[in-house]
Design a protein around this ligand. Sequence first.
Ligand SMILES: N[C@@H](CCC(=O)N[C@@H](CS)C(=O)NCC(=O)O)C(=O)O
Length: 208
Amino acid sequence: MSSYEVLYFPIRARAEPIRVLLALTGADWKNTHPQPDWPTLKPTTTYGQLPILTDRDANGKEFKLAQSASIVRYLAKKHGLAGKDPQEQAFLESVYDSYTDLFATWRAAFVVKSEQQEQLQNSFYAETLPTFYKHHQKLLQANGNNGHYAGNTITFADIFAYTTFHRFREQKADLFPAVLDAPELVKVEEAVTSEPRIAEYLKSDKRF
Ligand SMILES: N[C@@H](CCC(=O)N[C@@H](CS)C(=O)NCC(=O)O)C(=O)O
């Protein structure tokens, strides 16, 4: 049996899908933070960035992995949350990657300082998000609008969809349905947050 450490800053951001996924597995895991501080630790890490996962097996052997998307996929494969066959797995990875693109557009509008900030922000909610939704609506309807991107159980793609939209919602509390009327995505959110272990995590002090 593995135990895991999620090394990251004390915020949700890129570690949140990892933490939600770990919560769902029921595995033994904990949050850790840079010691003694980030500037000292940074040059010793794989890419000079966090998060980093440590997977420690029963014999104490450690496997360390950087890059949030790689961490999520590794854990999903290990715990049976990655899709039932190579095609489903590849499809779910493409869903995940499209959320990564969406997040990058959001980040460019809201986090990165720029002279066209206002225009980028307006266009994110007025154009990027509705266009994104049209594509994802088709995918979710093709799977029976059951709150999952594939099959009828939760996968890492559902989790990333939830954590990404939750982040936008922190900015716009009325995201669904006032800003984006997207019942299929609300279903994904409901499916993820109603998983008992995830619901427990969301209320716990492991969550930032
Ligand atoms: N593609 C990487 C990006 C990681 C990244 O940008 N990490 C930021 C925090 S969200 C970081 O480590 N910033 C501190 C630094 O670069 O010194 C991932 O998804 O893990």
